[in-house]
Write a protein of this length. Structure first.
Lengths: 285, 797, 162
């Protein structure tokens, strides 16, 4: 299908983008990679009056390592983040997840921030954002505010972005070199969206688990932290029994609905399964 | 390993230098360069208008009003037509099926009062561009009175089910029955009765190129109609009939086609509408569907339910078979095959390669408020073999026998061929036992079983091996179509072989290509039969404006009917070349040999002429007179109508690993031993097999068209209708057996559909085998991870 | 009033200009405005890859880009691979390995292979299958395409080309 008509602007600065968004509010959508937006427009499901491209805003194309975080600008393509040396060192969990995102051609153009803004329930990166304590930097005509990932993803296709705001960057916490992490997902076929998956991050000191950040997606309208499972793990020896207990906790704290790709029972099941697999392979490696 | 029966001489080619060779394809150069010309690439004349359809969002509704004014007011929109407008231009389209116990129905090309499935067209917008046509379509305002709908084949014949069509009482299109005389006795006396219910869910072909057409009025009253179709002659005749225009003023041209797989061998309302509007508006009209429309309105397939029971003795021999087959025909009987192909096909083919002499079936095609179903690669056979091969596995499990041994015991031995099965289908040659034995060897089947005996669950995976031994209907001629009620389908195909004045060869054949390599394979056949160099033969097909009439390309027929017709025509042309050469060389015609573009006197190679030399005489372009009684030119037409059907066979063996935790299936090995008679081009045959197997694996594991209770199609994009990707598929281990047909000219059999016919049952059976120790019953498809995981956990695995 | 934009892109090494509606998809601009019909439309959702072109050196779904949004970009289509006299080695290998049947998806696969082998000149089968996720083929079952890509890798190394 072909998209309906719209106006197109491509400002060369963040200020210009923000100005355009302020002028058009709800009638405008940001075009970054377009790999999420354009399919919706081609189906005439998204019908913005104005499309504001950020692709000319070089200032949004940056990766910066601070004391605590890695900041990724809104124009950074998924493939570039996946291959970026610093991101590979500092946020290996993000790199693991990026390998599963979309298809090669969509990763070439799609952006990291674009996925977060789109907030698809089956997207990989929101779960990673939760686990890597991400902060979204939102810029508008009124200035800048920061929103923690846990407050950002509200429900299916809905974030706490306000009209006139754009994500100008996202900051992921730098993983300590001694941390472990794992990203696992299940799909029904090579080109399919995932049924769901988990993003896992944990730390062990002297044989005791000192930190566990676990998130799942595909179990609800938005990615969620598995706090019950986390509580079971922290303070444990991360042995098979502890992991099994955490898996049980994880299954009981999600409330998925079924669809044609997987029923609710399976979605509940895979959360525990992937948790066990991820923790076991991480612990043994 | 070939059949021991001698192949009659008349079915052998005059020479065999090219047939049997993996000649690289001459099609490739253009396609690789991106110079293929598919429908949307065909240059359009200025003034071409673009068509977009307004589709019904309801499965069953009355149209209470249509307001086109807003659409018409949009700049760039030229016209908007409703069903009533189109009814004045196109008669209701009807598939002509003559079967006892068959109820026909017609279809308005655009719905007039009532819509019967989501996706049925209710209005047509014509605009200056595709973008504008879609804009216009959005503005057409249709009011509906929503009516109750029946969606599933289980509910279609309920007493209170809404009637889909007034001429199909009780929602039953067809109810066929058959029984031999001693079925009841066989069941009564049987040591064991093995029964199962198999459910196949709906799929469609999904060629990567969507459908489309371009209608161009030309000088006089001629209409040139380009269509991404497999059946250009059938389409032309239908356009003439339903548009009530002279067939001689119609020319249908098939461009390059990006995959057909049977769904482009249906005739669609859009084609009739596009042609009618071009004639009405006196300007070219183009229509190209998008993927959403494709999934919604391409003919669907395989929405079938089989209840099968076998009366079995203690050795696992099937003494009698009962099958209750139910197929979902959708809202309308599609053209030209109607909706009973799956019904009659499954009923007739289920006995497969087995010696089953007592058989009873009821085969029912029902109507529902869903997309019409018709022919998709394999047509019924992937499902009827899922059923019978599933029964074979269950017999094995019940009697503690090996599933391969059960099959071997039940198969018709090759020495007994030719053999006619219980419904009257003749198997002329074949290799049922040999193909299974060879496949087992290639797949290390016995070793797998020995290993498996130690336990099916290893390293968190359940491993299984599944077999499908099957017969494949191919090369159906008129008798075959009549037997299934398709009296309007001709059955024959034609070849016209010309030797041009300069000695090159142009051969026309009544087929159309959609990826099978016709330009290469048919050239191989002509070159061998005519005695011409391969590079001197050009194949022309897919244009009703050139070349003779035929039944065209579907149901694995092109090698049989096209090959056969071309052999006959080539033989005639060769004979004429020989007669003229004999006269020119002052020799006896019996002493003339034809080889590689030259004709010479046997034993005297120096006394020879080139094709060009002989052609010059034939075309009166030199001073040599034609022999007495000989006509000018060298042009020979002939036809071929195969007897009933030509039965090919194969065995597929799939090895799978089912993950005990997440239910995902990996295909760890895949073996095919197939027999399509004389092979023209092994490379192309392998390609057809692999592509078919891929579709079968997709169908077994992930492809499904899902309707909700309101008849909304939930799987309307490729994100929901999943096609197998490169990482989902294995490498394939393929071997050929050649048992040339003794019934067909050339000895060819078809192979286009074998891949998918074998793969669906082989994979389903492999998964059933993998989970057999758990007592899990696998009797449906697709077998998604969630489904398998649930079954495994339920069984305590 | 329909909003029109003047754009200039470099396509297969040549500068091309156009005047396009905002919503005109890159695939339509390439196919109908520039006459480069090698890229095809299969789904307009970014899944099938029949529309794949190289955009600033990387494979991209031309059905998911607006022509106006890639103003100034460098685009390569399948038409850039062969010369009138000779096929590109990758095309030659696809031919030899019977890696195409209907040919509709083939241009996309060729460009994916170009990108992939530039980055991974010596891939194994698993790498190749992973890379070929970029495109959907409904005719071949992929096995011959995998072989063609493997053979292309060997051939390109042999010829010393990148």
């Amino acid at each position: 299908m072909k998209p309906p008509p719209f106006s197109f602007v491509a400002p060369t600065s963040l200020a210009g983008v923000v100005e355009a968004m302020a002028a058009h509010g709800d009638d405008a959508r940001i075009l970054a990679g377009g790999q999420s937006l354009v399919p919706l427009m081609n189906m005439r499901l998204a019908r913005p009056d104005v499309v504001v491209s950020i692709n000319r805003c070089d200032e949004l194309d940056f990766v910066e390592v601070t004391d605590t975080h890695v900041a990724i600008g809104a124009l950074v393509r998924q493939i570039d983040a996946e291959r970026h040396a610093s991101i590979g060192t500092e946020c290996p969990l993000l790199v693991d997840a990026l390998k599963h995102v979309g298809l090669p051609a969509t990763r070439n153009r799609g952006t990291v921030c674009g996925i977060l803004a789109h907030c698809d329930p089956l997207a990989e990166l929101p779960a990673v954002a939760l686990v890597l304590e991400a902060e979204l930097v939102l810029t508008s005509a009124g200035g800048e505010r920061r929103v923690a990932a846990e407050d950002f993803f509200v429900t299916e296709m809905t974030t706490s972005i306000e009209p006139g705001e754009i994500i100008s960057s996202v900051e992921f916490i730098r993983q300590d070199p001694s941390e472990h992490s794992a990203f696992l997902e299940i799909t029904n076929g090579g080109h399919a969206w995932p049924v769901g998956g988990v993003a896992l991050r944990w730390a062990v000191t002297d044989g005791v688990c000192t930190m566990a950040h676990l998130a799942a997606f595909g179990v609800g309208s938005v990615a969620q932290r598995l706090t019950g499972a986390e509580n079971e793990l922290v303070g444990s020896d991360l042995g098979p029994e502890a992991i099994a207990t955490a898996a049980i906790a994880a299954r009981s704290e999600v409330d998925p609905t079924g669809d044609i790709h997987a029923d609710a029972d399976y979605r509940r099941h895979f959360v525990g399964l992937l948790l066990e697999r991820g923790l076991t392979q991480g612990v043994s490696s | 390993m070939s059949n021991d029966q001698p192949t009659p001489d008349r079915f052998n080619l005059a020479s065999q230098n090219h047939v049997g060779q993996s000649v690289p394809r001459r099609e490739d150069d253009q396609l690789l360069r991106g110079q293929g010309r598919y429908l949307d690439d065909v240059p359009i004349p200025p003034q071409t208008a673009h068509m977009a359809l307004v589709l019904s969002p309801h499965a069953h509704a009355r149209i209470t009003s249509i307001d086109v004014s807003e659409a018409l007011a949009l700049e760039g929109v030229l016209e908007v037509f409703t069903g009533e407008d189109l009814a004045g231009m196109v008669k209701p389209i009807t598939a002509q099926i003559e079967l006892p116990d068959y109820s026909s129905n017609s279809r308005d090309v655009v719905a007039v009062d009532e819509v019967r499935f989501v996706g049925e067209a209710v209005a047509v917008v014509v605009a200056e561009s595709q973008y504008l046509a879609e804009d216009g379509a959005e503005l057409v305002d249709v009011d509906y009175e929503v009516l109750a709908a029946v969606i599933s084949l289980d509910d279609a014949t309920d007493v209170d089910a809404p009637q889909v069509n007034p001429t199909v009482p009780g929602n039953v299109y067809y109810d066929g029955r058959f029984a031999t005389d001693a079925v009841a006795e066989a069941f009564a006396a049987a040591a064991h009765i093995v029964s199962e219910e198999f459910r196949s869910n709906r799929v469609t072909a999904v060629p990567i190129e969507p459908r489309g057409c371009l209608a161009v009025p030309e000088h006089g009253d001629t209409l040139v109609f380009h269509s991404s179709t497999q059946i250009h002659h059938v389409l032309r005749t239908a356009l003439a009939e339903f548009l009530d225009v002279a067939e001689s003023n119609l020319r249908v041209v098939v461009p390059d086609v990006g995959g057909g797989f049977g769904i482009k061998a249906a005739l669609y309302p859009e084609e009739f509408v596009c042609a009618a509007l071009a004639l009405r508006l006196r300007r070219p009209v183009k229509w190209v569907q998008d993927r959403y429309e494709a999934l919604l309105t391409d003919v669907h397939a395989r929405d079938n339910l089989y209840r099968v029971e076998a009366a079995v003795d203690d050795d696992g021999i099937v003494l009698a078979l009962r099958a209750e087959i139910r197929t979902n025909g959708g809202a309308y009987a599609a053209l030209p095959f109607g909706c009973t192909l799956e019904t009659t096909g499954g009923a007739r083919m289920i006995v497969g390669p087995y010696r089953i002499s007592q058989y009873e079936y009821t085969a029912t095609a029902v109507a529902t408020h869903t997309t019409p179903t018709c022919a998709y690669r394999g047509v019924a056979q992937p499902v009827c073999f899922m059923a019978i091969e599933g029964i074979m596995d269950r017999i094995a499990r019940r009697l503690d026998l090996d599933p391969a041994d059960v099959r071997l015991r039940n198969m018709v031995p090759t020495a007994e061929l030719p053999w006619t099965n219980v419904v009257g289908v003749r198997y002329d040659t074949g290799s049922f036992v040999e193909s299974l034995e060879q496949a087992m060897e290639m797949a290390d089947y016995r070793e797998f079983r020995a290993e498996q005996a130690k336990g099916r669950l290893v390293d968190g995976k359940y491993r299984g091996i599944g077999i499908c031994s099957f017969t494949e209907v191919s090369g159906t001629g008129a008798p075959g179509w009549r037997a299934r009620g398709l009296t309007r389908l001709p059955g024959f195909d034609s070849g016209l072989v010309k030797v041009e004045p300069t000695g090159k060869v142009t051969a026309f054949v009544s087929h159309a290509h959609s990826g099978q390599g016709h330009f290469t394979t048919f050239a191989q056949v002509v070159a061998d039969e005519l005695g011409a160099p391969l590079e001197d033969v050009t194949i022309v097909e897919g244009d009703t404006g050139s070349g003779p009439y035929g039944t065209n390309t579907f149901a694995s027929r092109s090698a049989v009917t096209g090959g056969g017709a071309l052999i006959r025509a080539s033989a005639k042309a060769r004979e004429k070349l020989a007669r003229i050469a004999a006269a020119m060389l002052e020799a006896n015609v019996e002493d003339i040999e034809v080889e590689n573009g030259r004709l010479h006197v046997a034993g005297v190679p120096s006394r020879s002429l080139s094709f060009a030399d002989v052609a010059e005489t034939a075309y009166a372009m030199n001073t040599t007179d034609l022999p007495e009684g000989e006509t000018f030119g060298i042009e020979a037409t002939d036809f071929y109508d195969p007897p009933l059907v030509t039965m090919a066979n194969a065995t597929h063996i799939a090895q799978v690993a089912v993950d005990a935790g997440d239910g995902r299936v990996e295909i760890e090995g895949y073996t095919v031993v197939h027999d399509c008679g004389r092979v023209i081009n092994p490379m192309i045959v392998d390609g057809q097999v692999m592509g078919g197997v891929a579709q079968g694996i997709g169908e077994a594991l992930m492809e499904e068209l899902v309707y909700d209770d309101d008849g909304q199609l939930k799987t309307s994009t490729l994100a929901d209708y999943l096609l197998p990707a490169s990482v989902d598929l294995p490498n394939f281990n393929i071997a050929h057996i050649e048992s040339p047909s003794i019934d067909t000219v050339g000895g060819f059999k078809g192979v286009g559909e074998g891949g998918v016919i074998g793969a669906v049952p082989a994979v389903v059976n492999a998964i059933g085998d993998a989970l057999a120790d758990l007592g899990v019953n696998v009797n449906t498809k697709p077998l998604r991870p969630a489904l398998l995981s649930g079954l495994i956990r339920e069984a305590g695995g | 009033m329909t909003e029109m934009h003047d754009i200039e892109v470099t396509v297969n090494g040549r500068r091309r200009q156009g005047r396009v509606e905002s919503r005109r998809l890159l695939i339509d601009f390439l196919r109908h405005d520039l006459g480069l019909t090698g890229a095809h439309i299969g789904c307009e959702q970014g899944v099938c890859g029949a529309c794949t072109v190289l955009l600033d050196g990387r494979t991209a779904r031309s059905c998911l880009h607006f022509a106006v949004a890639v103003d100034g970009a460098e685009i390569r289509t399948v038409e850039d691979l062969a010369t009138p006299d000779q096929l590109h080695p990758i095309q030659e290998m696809f031919h030899q390995k019977h890696a195409l049947q209907c040919g509709f998806c083939t241009p996309g696969f060729l460009l994916t292979t170009v990108e992939f082998l530039e980055r991974e000149p010596d891939p194994d089968e698993e790498d190749i299958r992973e890379a070929l996720m970029n495109n959907v083929c409904r005719c071949t079952g992929y096995a011959n395409i995998v072989e063609a890509v493997a053979a292309s890798a060997v051939e390109l190394r042999r010829r010393g080309e990148a």
